[in-house]
Design a protein around this ligand. Structure first.
Ligand SMILES: Nc1ncnc2c1ncn2[C@@H]1O[C@H](COP(=O)(O)OS(=O)(=O)O)[C@@H](OP(=O)(O)O)[C@H]1O
Ligand SMILES: Nc1ncnc2c1ncn2[C@@H]1O[C@H](COP(=O)(O)OP(=O)(O)O)[C@@H](O)[C@H]1O
Length: 192
């Protein structure tokens, strides 16, 4: 890609909000960080917002009851909206287990005329328990963590996501490439 194309991309009028939802350990953060790297290499401004960051900062102290998760995700949606309306591609990586909450965040973003892509990062409970990258399923299964999604709290899979990424059957690179194509085509539709 030539230098001209890069500077054009840096000046996006409007970004996009990519919302990755899935069980803990399904691969949201892995996919978001690799995609962010690819897009930044092309000169796009990209922010990755995730649960670990948000719960240390803007949602410090938030717990995992339904009400607390919804309040926390509403805050994230507003941050994503403000960033995207200033030309940033915002990759949001949140368990966001409730359909109602995801529909609320979509509404906040779309109200501003910003495209919202709901991405279902799919892996079975057996697989995420096997991966257990943070050792939290082990603790939850021993009863040491309350309201743990997939164990003692529900996960409601999206009914009509813009994309499903199956991380059990497909390698990371294939899923990242699929998502990359969707993001690029969404941006092209916006900036014709
Ligand atoms: N009770 C419970 N339920 C689900 N997840 C838990 C819980 N306690 C801690 N964690 C860890 O916190 C991460 C989820 O935070 P999120 O902000 O993404 O959750 S939510 O969208 O508000 O549901 C999630 O991170 P990811 O593994 O990155 O998904 C978990 O590692
Ligand atoms: N196809 C895949 N896509 C994404 N992650 C995968 C895949 N296969 C195995 N993994 C592993 O699963 C784990 C997912 O962890 P993470 O990305 O932190 O998930 P989440 O953010 O959803 O909690 C990582 O250790 C990653 O290497």
């Amino acid at each position: 890609m030539g230098a001209g194309a890069v500077s054009y991309h840096r000046c996006l009028d409007r970004g996009v909000v990519v919302w990755l939802t899935g069980l803990p350990g399904s691969g949201k953060t892995t996919i978001a960080s690799r995609l962010a790297e690819m897009l930044r290499m092309e000169g796009f401004r990209v922010e990755v917002l995730d649960g670990d960051w948000a719960r240390r900062t803007v949602s410090e102290g938030a717990g995992f009851t339904r009400e607390e998760r919804i309040r926390h995700l509403r805050r994230i949606a507003w941050i994503a909206r403000l960033l995207a309306r200033n030309g940033v591609i915002v990759l949001c990586s949140f368990v966001s287990p409730y359909r109602e909450a995801r529909s609320m965040v979509r509404g906040i973003v779309e109200e501003e005329g910003i495209p919202f892509l709901e991405i279902y990062v799919k892996a079975s409970l057996e697989e995420v328990i096997r991966r257990d990258p943070k050792g939290l399923y082990r603790k939850a299964l021993k009863g040491e963590i309350k309201n743990f999604t997939g164990v003692t709290d529900p996960y409601e899979p999206p009914e009509k996501p813009e994309l499903v990424l199956d991380t059990e059957s497909n390698p990371v690179e294939d899923n990242v490439a699929k998502l990359y194509r969707l993001v690029k085509s969404t941006l092209e539709t916006q900036h014709v």
